[in-house]
Ligand binder design. Structure first.
Ligand code: PRP
Ligand code: ZN
Length: 294
């Protein structure tokens, strides 16, 4: 009977929140939470969730309040770049979702056209440390205006010449007549942990959860594909199947025809389907995979 519980810090609301909870659900953890609930006890594994602001997650890992956290690389890298000597969190796994980038952007019709035009400009951002490191690497001196939100309105208010902010779809930039100038950091969701060792019991819970996460993420990207093909086309078709090395080939009750079944560890696009058809494949079925192990 285990007594220790692993506490995971998650974003309470926002882009990352939904994806993070979705991943935990796919790991078989059932989360029933009301909107304003901050703490959530999981029944299936000795795990508790703490729902907080994403900016607070790295700190909660460093000071040992939580054992694991799911956080955007943008937030993690900014906290790390703060140069805080107490910073003692490390990346346990890159999760591959919630993709975005920290980018410099300027007004559409302004006179800043390249990164070097930013010399002596004022740049509004919620990421002063990453911006400082970027400018230093580019040898540019600029002023920074730190804002915790609504950074995109700063140029319109004439309080900044440029912004350094998160871009995902690009809709916010477009709505504010801003143009992307350069990417400062590409970001995805990260599973983070303290640098310090866990007790044996906690380590085992973390290992189990990580293995489920890997399986869930793999299953999400993977498809099970079944098709029929002339035996002569097997090599060509195998080559076309995305992210699959050894398909199962079975005889059909029809001369010179086989059935090919395979797990594709990448998305199967319409384009791939069309190429498979051209190579002689027929009756192609692509199915989602619910669970899998490595
Ligand atoms: C970011 C950023 C923009 C928006 C960009 O905020 O500050 O407002 O997302 O996304 P888009 O390119 O798809 O329009 P976020 O939602 O991460 O909230 P936060 O800054 O308050 O954490
Ligand atoms: Zn935030």
């Amino acid at each position: 009977m285990s007594t220790e519980r692993v506490r995971i810090a998650l974003q309470k609301t926002g882009r990352l929140a939904e994806d993070s909870l979705g991943l935990l659900k796919n790991c078989g953890l059932h989360i029933d939470r009301s909107r304003d609930q901050l703490f959530c006890r999981i029944k299936e594994l000795p795990i508790d969730l703490l729902l907080i602001r994403d900016d607070d997650i790295p700190g909660f890992i460093c000071n040992g309040i939580c054992d694991l956290g799911i956080v955007g690389e943008n937030v993690f890298a900014e906290a790390k770049a703060s140069g805080d000597r107490e910073f003692a969190a490390t990346v346990l796994e890159r999760l591959g979702f919630s993709l975005c980038r920290l980018a410099l952007a300027v007004p559409e019709n302004g006179n800043i056209n390249t990164v070097s035009d930013l010399a002596n400009a004022t740049i509004a951002t919620s990421y002063p440390n990453l911006l400082r490191d970027f400018l230093k690497a580019q040898n540019i001196e600029a002023k920074t205006l730190v804002m915790t939100g609504s950074v995109e309105v700063a140029p319109r208010l004439k309080i900044a010449d440029a912004i350094c902010d998160i871009v995902a779809s690009g809709a916010t930039l477009a709505a504010n007549n801003l143009r992307e100038l350069a990417v400062v950091l590409r970001s995805e969701a990260l599973l983070i942990r303290p640098a310090q060792q866990f007790s044996g019991e906690k380590e085992e819970i973390v290992r189990r959860l990580l293995s489920r996460m890997r399986g869930a993420l793999m299953a999400e990207d993977s498809k099970y594909i079944m098709l029929n093909a002339p035996r002569s086309a097997v090599n060509e078709i195998t080559r076309l199947l995305p992210g699959c090395d050894s398909p199962t080939i079975m005889d059909l009750n029809k001369e010179d025809m086989v059935a090919i079944h395979a797990v594709c560890k990448e998305a199967v696009f319409w384009e791939t389907m069309e190429k498979l058809q051209s190579a002689g494949a027929s009756a192609i079925l692509v199915m989602p995979i619910e669970k899998m192990t490595a």
